[in-house]
Design a protein around this ligand. Structure first.
Ligand SMILES: [Fe+2]
Length: 233
């Protein structure tokens, strides 16, 4: 049987009730949680191989006949477990709005243009060193109706499966120096300042490709004291 996982959770986890982020008031549990035993259902998970995900899925700029508008970026990094070991063969799902801040989704009707050359969804699997890399365009900020004049800082949504259902992580990656950070209840639902920094990627000149794309590095830690905080969304 596979290892079990500590029950302590992560210090970086945002509380399930974060009142400034309004929809958590409806979603947060109102009664104490029931602790269930860790059985094979929890400590195992789906296994993904490179054969299931084509390399082309890691380039969100090449899914249509033309190129999407916006600032082309490369995002790379490693997925690590709570002991700092690389997590190979883990599926990362990516979704984001386009450079104008618009999602292809019926609930997003705000007056920013769609981009016929950008869907905003991709997948990539980590290699033997836990490393991943994908190409996309930098997403725009967009308004949401959480409160008056609410705007989300630019972000890319990520889902990582890890080796088990207990290591699944859904989070958001932000960009350095965003002026919207102080005003965003989702970003600030993570109450620990150092943990918030772990949701922000780092500009990297070595990843940047001359005449082509800016590069960013974003390492993800699935659990433990240095864990990347999850998303309450
Ligand atoms: Fe979003």
């Amino acid at each position: 049987m596979a290892d079990t996982y500590s029950r302590a959770g992560n210090a970086a986890d945002p509380p399930s009730l974060s009142p400034d982020y309004r929809s958590t008031v409806l979603r947060a549990p109102s009664r104490p949680l029931v602790v269930i035993p860790q059985t094979l259902s929890e400590i195992t998970g789906p296994v993904y191989g490179h054969s299931d995900v084509s390399p082309g899925e890691a380039d969100l700029t090449k899914q249509h006949a033309g190129e999407p508008l916006g600032e082309r970026i490369i995002v790379t990094g490693r997925v690590l477990d709570e002991a700092g070991r690389p997590v190979p063969n883990t599926l990362i799902e990516i979704w984001q709005c386009n450079a104008a801040g618009r999602y292809i989704h019926e609930t997003d009707q705000h007056p920013a243009p769609h981009d016929p050359n950008f869907t905003g969804a991709g997948r990539v699997v980590t290699d033997d060193a836990g490393r991943y890399r994908y190409t996309t365009v930098k997403p725009g900020a967009y308004p949401w109706r959480n409160h008056h004049n609410a705007w989300r800082p630019a972000h890319i949504h990520l889902s990582l499966f890890g080796p088990s259902f207990l290591t699944r992580l859904v989070t958001q990656m932000y960009f350095p120096g965003d002026p919207l950070f102080p005003f965003d209840p989702i970003f600030n639902s993570v109450t620990d300042a150092k943990a918030r920094e772990r949701m922000i990627c780092r500009f990297d000149l070595d990843t940047t490709e001359a005449e082509w794309a800016l590069g960013y590095v974003f390492n993800v830690v699935l659990r433990g004291p240095a864990a990347t905080p999850p998303d309450l969304d």
